[in-house]
Ligand binder design. Structure first.
Ligand code: ME8
Length: 512
């Protein structure tokens, strides 16, 4: 298996400020980037902003700004959000950068030279909000307005000269590609959705617009701008220096291991993107994972619906790691999830403060009081010790399989079970009653420390800042974290001093 891992988030439209849905995709991608990193993978993690198209042009006009100044401003809020979310991204791409334009123009030329693109006329429905073309049967009428059934966004009639990509020609090759690569689209339910869409017949796709100018020009005909989705999808290779296919980044990281996206943009990623790439003789990515929506009440949270939750406000009130933990634990990955203050507070109080925080505090303060802050020397392990310690080794393969299959909830549940079992172990073993049997007392404390170390490593991709605070008591820094070390039962050096730790999570009082 290749030791390179390339993960991407969608590049977000800077038509308005980021919201919880964007934060969710980015946090999940960061989880995968970090967990692969601590398995020794060479990780490239890309995020960014998608800045061309009619939607952005209109949003800028509304503000009385030129599109680039408008994008400069809002793209910055997305870049700042990446920092606020503590993302470990390697790069942040903007589609208004020259490196990207070069890549898109090159891909266009290849497609045109291969006769995959031809000039004709488009007449049909277009949603500016989705930046998508819809056929008559994909439209419904409600309250006198015509909307796209799939997203509910309004559509308008467009009639203009346009270049077309021969998508229809790729129907059979795509179906074969899905068959040959059964895990290309996950979860399974989404794969079936895509396959039936493609089986339903593909029409050639309009890939240029003439009625506005904010975009990358068609190289052979400057009256046209390249369709924003063909432009945007190419970001995944422009960040690797495509068209320079000999560039180290391109050689190491393409095809991408996983494009993580929301289910709203599945068709673009699972149908159009592999078709463009196959047509240009470029390998498609290995996986498209399309997660569900973060709902506000029963509805999708979105800018156009005006029901957005501001991640910055939540982080200010509760802290980043609690939000990360909450989103990764409580949203059933792949499905829609509701976000509620009550559930977030219960995660903080029960799991983080009571379960993890307490375990660390109790064991550490016991060592400070009784063992001069030194990691004790262990004696032979009893069966009670081995039972709690070996579970990590016994489940290691299952855990890495969960990760490879994006079974986030199963991974988190394993950690929660181990937190309970570590707390129970400490309670049941009662080290405070073993002061006349120092060898046993030392062993119990050594085991408890090993459990804290193992759990903190597993928690690192979820709550990196808090986990590092705990690992710091053993002088384990970020670069030294290795997932595989959770199988060791005697990793810690006896006699070395443990560092101090402050309270990790404050409990939320009911009337806060
Ligand atoms: O579609 N719940 O950008 P976008 C969960 N520029 N995730 C959500 C969400 C919600 N309520 N709302 C948004 C675009 N997202 C294009 C992408 S990629 C080449 C171009 C997340 O700003 C989710 O990942 O509308 C969704 O797919 C993405 O943000 C859409 O972001």
């Amino acid at each position: 298996m290749s030791k390179n891992f390339y993960i991407t988030t969608p590049i977000y439209y800077p038509s308005a400020k980021p919201h919880m849905g964007h934060a969710y995709s980015s946090i999940v991608a960061d989880f995968f980037a970090r967990i692969m990193k601590i398995q020794g993978f060479n990780v490239f993690f890309l995020t960014g902003t998608d800045e061309h198209g009619q939607k952005i042009q209109r949003a800028a006009e509304k503000k009385g700004m030129d599109p680039l100044s408008f994008c400069n401003e809002i793209s910055k809020t997305f870049r700042n959000l990446s920092k606020t979310l503590n993302l470990s991204n390697t790069d942040f791409i903007r589609t208004t950068e020259p490196r990207h334009a070069k890549s898109v123009t090159n891909l266009w030329k290849i497609l045109e030279n291969k006769d995959e693109i031809y000039l004709s006329k488009y007449s049909g429905w277009y949603s500016v909000s989705d930046e998508a073309f819809y056929s008559e049967d994909e439209i419904s009428i409600s309250n006198g307005t015509k909307n796209a059934k799939i997203s509910g966004s309004p559509v308008e009639w467009v009639e203009e000269e346009s270049y077309f990509f021969r998508l229809s020609k790729w129907q059979e090759p795509l179906l074969k590609f899905y068959l040959d690569n059964p895990k290309f689209i996950l979860p399974e339910s989404r794969k079936n959705e895509v396959i039936s869409f493609v089986k339903g017949g593909l029409k050639d796709l309009s890939v240029s617009r003439k009625s506005f100018s904010w975009g990358i020009k068609v190289p052979s005909n400057n009256a046209h701008v390249i369709y924003v989705w063909l432009d945007a999808l190419t970001n995944y290779i422009s960040a690797l220096n495509y068209p320079n296919e000999n560039h180290q980044l391109y050689k190491e990281f393409w095809p991408a291991t996983m494009h993580l996206i929301g289910k709203d943009i599945l068709r673009f990623h699972a149908v159009y993107w592999p078709a463009f790439l196959l047509a240009a003789d470029i390998s498609p990515p290995m996986r498209i994972y399309s997660h569900g929506w973060i709902l506000s009440g029963e509805e999708k949270m979105s800018k156009s619906k005006g029901n957005i939750l501001d991640p910055i406000e939540i982080i200010k009130k509760y802290g980043l790691d609690p939000l990360r933990y909450y989103l990764l634990k409580e949203v059933s990955f792949g499905n829609d999830g509701n976000i509620s203050k009550e559930k977030l507070e219960s995660c903080i109080n029960s799991d983080l403060a009571n379960n993890y925080g307490n375990l660390c505090q109790r064991v550490i303060s016991f060592i400070e009081k009784n063992l001069n802050s030194l990691i004790p020397e262990k004696d032979v392990f009893h069966s009670d010790d081995l039972k709690v310690l070996n579970i990590y080794k016994d489940n290691y393969n299952k855990l890495t399989k969960d990760i490879d299959n994006q079974e986030i909830n199963s991974y988190v549940n394993f950690i929660i079970d181990q937190l309970f079992s570590a707390n129970k172990y400490f309670n049941d073993q009662e080290p405070w009653k073993k002061k006349d049997n120092i060898k046993r007392l030392n062993t119990i404390i050594y085991v408890s420390l090993e459990l804290i170390r193992k759990i903190s490593i597993l928690l690192y991709p979820i709550i990196p800042e808090s986990s590092l605070k705990v690992l710091n008591i053993f002088n384990i820094s970020k670069d030294k974290i290795n997932l595989n070390s959770i199988v060791d039962n005697d990793y810690l050096n006896s006699k070395s001093k443990i560092n101090k730790i402050n309270i990790l999570f404050n409990k939320i009082e009911k009337n806060d």
